[in-house]
Design a protein around this ligand. Structure first.
Ligand SMILES: [Ca+2]
Ligand SMILES: [Ca+2]
Length: 389
């Protein structure tokens, strides 16, 4: 138990046996960080109703239980940042019976259970609020993004998610009970799309959408993901770091405008592309080099390859213009690809040539080369698969 003002850092607790065990109890004003708590199918961390100065905080921690966090802190706040929260026992991952619980930059794993990522229950309590921002939820068919329960004898229940992604959940939002309930799914990507059950609640879903978020195994959005730079600017009271502790608001799409991403993990910044050169004004002379008389031989591009250090190499049979396009593989065999991440066009003399492709994140790629000579003879296009480290 951590009382007000107490701090625990780098603690590990496993309560996985059959014996009755007390979960971790945190009073408002106490702080838990870098903790590893596995409570099996019992509640892992309870935030008490003892009055404290400031919120109870749980940061950079792994917490597994049913629920992972159970809040009774009526009129007070619990703040969870950069946590991995795993639900067990068909419970919600974060369940608040009173007060306000805020979850930021965290990953919630509901798979194999029946619960919700966030639940607010205002049964007899004055009010229960749970807010998730920049959360990535891993669900399956029996799980829900957020739920709010309130009775007509109790206070309002409010459950909101913003700038978050719900993967595989069976329901997006659910209201139960007959009291006052508010549910909001603001800029939430639900993939695949999932229905809501929100009759009787005040419900909004501004900016919500359903698109494959193109997440890497570490839950980072891949190049071309709609999550990149799609979140609202970070508010003054909001965390400015992602799940892995790295900065938010990186220019992940090279638009020269650094914005936070949707979800727990921020994609790295890519160099912003300079503006494209102005096109020639109408009426300007359009001078093209004269084709070489009698050249009917197509150029041959061969030995195309891409090194792990981003160097493309090839050989040309004659001076020609080569267009290189690099596309990210969508699967291991690279039988399909995503949008072009880099394109270069250059004119080179006959012989062995190499070109360094800059600003290419690590991953598997398909490099394609087309070739045309000054007479307009087009050679056979080549392609090669490669991994960039
Ligand atoms: Ca970004
Ligand atoms: Ca940008």
């Amino acid at each position: 138990m951590l009382s007000e003002g107490a701090t625990a850092d780098h603690v590990r607790a496993a309560l996985t046996g059959d014996y009755p065990a007390k979960p971790f109890v945190l009073d408002p004003g106490a702080h838990l960080s870098h903790a590893d708590i596995d409570a099996g199918r019992r509640a892992a961390v309870i935030v008490s109703d003892i009055a404290g100065a400031g919120p109870a905080t749980i940061t950079d921690s792994y917490v597994r239980g049913g629920p992972a966090l159970l809040g009774f802190h009526t009129g007070q706040t619990a703040l969870l940042q950069r946590d991995k929260l795993v639900a067990t026992g068909d419970q919600d991952a974060v369940l608040t019976f009173g007060g306000t619980t805020i979850v930021e930059d965290s990953v919630i794993d509901l798979r194999g259970e029946n619960g919700a990522a966030l639940g607010a229950i205002a049964n007899m309590s004055a009010a229960a609020t749970v807010e998730g921002r920049h959360v990535t939820v891993l669900g399956d068919a029996n799980t829900t993004g957020a739920t709010a329960y309130s009775s007509s004898q109790g206070g309002p229940a409010k459950a909101t998610l913003s700038d978050s992604v719900l993967l595989g959940v069976g329901r997006r939002a659910e209201r139960t009970g007959d009291g006052t309930a508010t549910l909001a799914m603001t800029r939430v990507d639900t993939w695949p799309a999932a229905p809501d059950s929100v009759a009787g609640a005040a419900f909004t879903h501004d900016g919500a959408f359903s698109a494959d978020p193109l997440l890497e195994p570490d839950l980072m959005p891949d190049a071309g993901s709609r999550l990149i730079d799609a979140a609202a600017p970070i508010g003054p009271d909001e965390s400015a770091t992602g799940f892995y502790g790295t900065a938010r608001a990186l220019d992940g799409d090279g638009s020269c405008d650094a914005r936070p991403d949707i979800g727990a993990v921020e994609a790295p910044a890519v160099a912003c592309a300079p503006p494209s050169p102005p096109t020639a004004p109408p009426g300007a002379p359009n001078i093209q080099p004269a084709p070489q008389a009698g050249d009917a031989t197509a150029p041959v591009l061969s030995h195309l390859r891409l090194s792990t250090k981003r160097v493309a190499r090839f050989e040309l049979s004659e001076r020609a213009t080569v267009k290189l396009t690099l596309r990210r593989c969508a699967n291991r065999a690279c039988t399909c690809t995503r949008r072009t991440v880099r394109a270069r066009t250059l004119t080179a003399d006959a012989g062995a040539r190499h070109v360094r492709l800059r600003r290419v994140p690590p991953g598997r790629y398909l490099l394609r080369a087309t070739v045309v000579d000054a007479a307009g003879n087009r050679g056979i296009a080549r392609a090669t698969k490669a991994r960039v480290a």
